[in-house]
Write a protein that binds this ligand. Structure first.
Ligand code: CXA
Ligand code: CA
Ligand code: CA
Ligand code: ZN
Length: 436
């Protein structure tokens, strides 16, 4: 990933296609918690095989910009990383970069303590409590259009909220159902804002925008703003960002997006080591959060037919649109024929044409197993995509933490893609001229 970096190393940088938010210039701070030293590297890996090799070393892959991966390596992982033989650039201490992003002021107006809020420059983001408040407000403002339900609890007991948006939301009508999920990965806070924007747009816009009214009336739209609320709260709980990715199951978390039950752990696209950032868990669906979403999706099989036709899972960062399969680099595989692969690619490219993201099969990035998209497709034939949002590239850990001024432009950037997606959700193959 090409990157800009604070003063010292700026001159060493290659091309950078995107702006990077200005970091405060600070001197490296000592690692005040007991976590191992984490160093940011840029790795040049110009094929899916090379990128998969990097992922398999166990380093934390933050983002990808063409052949360039940004990773965090703990001291003990650096040997494996060097052993790949791929060109490396050392970009310094990860925790110093995180500390430089700011520290929350936990003192609220009443002089009390609000231990779960964002640092200054980020207060426009919704923490879990604020997300719930927003959902409740939507219910009171648009009782005729929405229904709020919990899919069950996270590991630490937070509700996994799902908001349904449709005309007659209390009735299960015979309309194509569409699912949007956000925040599988804790630190990807911008995705919560993306789900909240979809909610706002398709409720507030209903009365005045005929396109929105048509889509809401003819679809049943399910939005889950946070699939991993425990991880997201933990990421902000100390006042400084932790770059936490996984859920909060003992002892060191499970990566929800390696825990889904299709070809779980099959192919070197996840890790069996609990300390790894891509730890797949001890068994498929061992994470309460993936279980809850799985059970919900399974419950939408009515009369033998899966009602949910399409799904987008929002992540950050790298500005990509990804589709199955992730477990294999083959374009087709059992359960995914050439026509289907073509429909995935065609809709993916059409959406990418509206937001400037790069469209590709997810294994073109690197091989993964146990991802949500593979399960949704293999188990239910749900046309399931991942959007990796802004930024395209970043100086290390800051890619997960764009300032809150980016919320509006970077979520609005996906309005057209979401609208196109909803439009084709009655029949995705229609985009290739085929029928359903
Ligand atoms: C991804 C998403 C879905 C299927 C395959 C790959 C990319 C995603 C990941 O590794 O889970 N990248 S991310 N958001 O940085 O973790
Ligand atoms: Ca309806
Ligand atoms: Ca229905
Ligand atoms: Zn992610």
């Amino acid at each position: 990933m090409s990157r800009k970096r604070r003063g010292l190393v700026a001159a060493a940088l290659g091309v950078c296609l995107t702006m990077v938010l200005p970091l405060n210039t600070v001197t490296a701070q000592p690692n005040t918690n007991s976590s191992p030293q984490r160093t940011v590297f840029e790795v040049t890996a110009d094929s899916p095989e090379a990128r998969t090799r990097v992922a398999r070393t166990g380093v934390d892959v933050l983002g990808a910009n063409g052949p360039t991966l940004t990773v965090i390596a703990e001291a003990r992982q650096q040997w494996a990383l060097r052993a790949t033989g791929l060109p490396l650039k050392d970009l310094g201490d990860a925790d110093a970069q995180l500390a430089a992003l700011g520290k929350a002021d936990f003192t609220d107006r009443a002089g009390g303590v609000d231990p779960q809020d964002f640092p200054s420059g980020y207060t426009g983001y919704h923490n879990f409590q604020e997300t719930v408040a927003e959902l409740n407000k939507t219910v009171s403002d648009h009782a005729n259009l929405v229904k709020l339900s919990s899919l069950g609890k996270s590991y630490e007991g937070r509700d996994l909220w799902a908001l349904k948006i449709s005309d007659n939301p209390g009735a299960d009508e015979n309309e194509p159902e569409v699912l949007f999920t956000c925040n599988q990965h804790a630190r990807e806070h911008l995705t919560v804002e993306m789900c909240l924007r979809i909610i706002k747009k398709y409720t507030d816009g209903y009365a005045t925008n005929p396109t929105i009214k048509n889509l809401v009336d003819s679809r049943e739209i399910w939005v889950v703003p946070s699939v991993n609320p425990d991880g997201a709260e933990y990421d902000i709980a100390s006042g400084s960002f932790r770059a936490w990715r996984k859920n909060r199951q003992p002892s060191n978390g499970t990566d929800p997006n390696r825990n889904w039950g299709f070809k779980w752990g099959c192919c070197g696209g996840s890790s069996g080591s609990p300390s790894s950032e891509t730890y797949r868990g001890p068994s498929a669906f061992s994470a309460p959060e993936t279980q809850r979403v799985r059970d919900f999706v399974n419950s939408r099989v009515v009369g033998g037919a899966q009602q949910i036709k399409t799904h987008i899972d929002f992540h950050t960062y790298s500005e990509l649109i990804l589709w199955p399969y992730g477990y294999t680099t083959a374009d087709t595989a059992p359960g995914l024929d050439a026509n289907e692969a073509n429909a995935f690619a065609t809709l993916g490219r059409r959406m990418a044409a509206t937001n400037g993201y790069t469209p590709e099969q997810s294994s073109d990035l690197y091989v993964t197993d146990g991802s949500v998209n593979d399960w949704m497709w293999a188990q239910h034939k749900i046309w399931s995509y991942t959007f990796e949002m802004y930024p395209k590239s970043s100086s290390g850990t800051s890619g997960f933490y764009p300032r809150d001024t980016q919320i509006e432009p970077q979520t609005a950037r996906n309005d057209s893609a979401v609208e196109l997606f909803l439009t084709y959700s009655d029949c995705v193959p229609r985009i290739t001229g085929r029928t359903c």
